[in-house]
Write a protein of this length. Structure first.
Length: 408
């Protein structure tokens, strides 16, 4: 063989690369993201995503806030910031939290890149591989992913029409000695249910008696269009020293800002800050400053009230169409706010919502099957419907298509 004759060279043997971490292969991707990819065609009416209505974003106000920040303090806006978050934003968030019944200082808060990051930080700060986490059954899907990636054993707590069963929670805490309970008690994702004040107090009492962290996620609480507000678990005296409250601008301002925050006792908050330093150093400075400017110059509460009112009309359109859409014997929730409702078809193999999804997509409508939202023992007859992304007219048409798919 010569240098001019490379074709006769013997291929060099190479060793395989090391394998991926087991947690990345054991934890699956998001079926919601998979459904959105399949149903991205504009002719599909998509009840699958948890997407706020983009036409209701305050684009002028957000654009003005960014423009002001970049015009008046560009060097600061484009520079590194502190891990804990910009002081102006934390002060504004603290004031909003205090006004809603939970006295809070800026130093009680850590700004995160969306509240989804807060879940990852808490998993890093609290969980060792093999630790147990309790979640609602069914549960927010991305929380299951975050805890699974941390190597946790996730156990579902039985729920009824009013949410978490406190007696079942107490028994599971005694049996499994979990690190924490994760809950979305207001307009829960995926069911839309809200935990009553009495049950919140009972959950707080279990946590205090048994020794348990509570992670209270509240991305939807401001989107109320019926009923009366229920106070946070974090405000209950029994659980104040053991509850982490998560908040987000994704549903009330815009998800593309990727702005969230967590309120936690000092030691845990500091541990989360260390985890955040390792993850991304800090949430983008320009976005934080723009959000602070927005809060200082615009009436976010008035904007949210307008959005919630429209979401209420869209929920009503969905509730009006469900009796003619779903098979006889189906049941569904009637949320007082938020973005989702939960339906259950009659039992039987003909009503497996995962199997029926392809039929629905063929009719140019989509939903999320309920199975992936369960940590254990999924109910194949359940599905989640998002009622906020489409107009009432589009919802009516989408349910007509869905009815053809489910009853045809």
């Amino acid at each position: 063989m010569t240098a001019a004759d490379p074709g006769t060279a013997t291929p060099r043997r190479t060793a395989p690369t090391p394998p991926l971490a087991a947690r990345t292969t054991a934890t699956g991707g998001s079926p919601i993201r998979d459904i959105l990819a399949v149903t991205a065609r504009p002719e599909v009416i998509n009840f699958a995503g948890g997407l706020p209505a983009p036409e209701l974003f305050d684009t002028d106000g957000i654009a003005a806030a960014f423009a002001h920040v970049l015009a008046h303090e560009p060097q600061r806006a484009l520079q590194y910031s502190t891990t804990e978050g910009e002081p102006a934003l934390r002060a504004a968030l603290a004031a909003r939290t205090t006004a809603r019944g939970l006295p809070t200082d800026a130093d009680d808060l850590l700004v995160t890149t969306g509240s989804q990051q807060a879940l990852s930080l808490l998993a890093t700060a609290l969980l060792e591989p093999g630790d147990t986490v309790l979640v609602e059954s069914p549960c927010y899907l991305a929380a299951l992913q975050a805890f699974g990636l941390a190597g946790a054993r996730v156990v579902g707590v039985p729920c009824d029409d009013d949410g978490i069963d406190p007696d079942a929670l107490d028994a599971l805490v005694a049996e499994h000695r979990p690190k924490f309970l994760y809950t979305v008690p207001t307009f829960q994702n995926p069911t839309g249910r809200t935990l009553s004040a009495g049950r919140r107090a009972a959950v707080a009492a279990v946590a205090a008696r048994r020794g348990l962290w509570i992670v209270e996620d509240d991305p939807y609480g401001e989107l109320r269009f019926a009923g009366e507000r229920v106070g946070w678990i974090a405000a209950d005296a029994a659980a104040r020293d053991r509850t982490v409250l998560l908040g987000s601008f994704s549903k009330v301002m815009a998800p593309g800002l990727r702005l969230g925050w967590l309120r936690a006792p000092q030691q845990l908050r500091r541990a989360c800050a260390v985890a955040k330093q390792a993850a991304d150093l800090h949430t983008p400075t320009v976005t934080q400053l723009a959000a602070a400017r927005y809060l200082a110059t615009r009436d976010l509460d008035a904007h949210v009230a307008q959005v919630a009112g429209e979401y209420g009309r869209r929920r009503d359109a969905m509730l009006a169409g469900l009796p003619d859409c779903l098979p006889a014997g189906s049941t569904w929730t009637r949320p007082e706010g938020g973005m989702f409702l939960w339906a259950r078809l009659p039992e039987g193999p003909a009503h497996d919502t995962t199997a029926l999804l392809s039929k629905a997509v063929a009719h140019e409508v989509a939903y999320v099957p309920g199975g992936p939202f369960y940590a254990t023992a999924p109910d194949p007859a359940t599905l989640r419907l998002c009622f906020v992304t489409q107009t009432p007219e589009e919802i009516t048409e989408g349910l007509t298509r869905l009815g053809r798919a489910l009853n045809g």
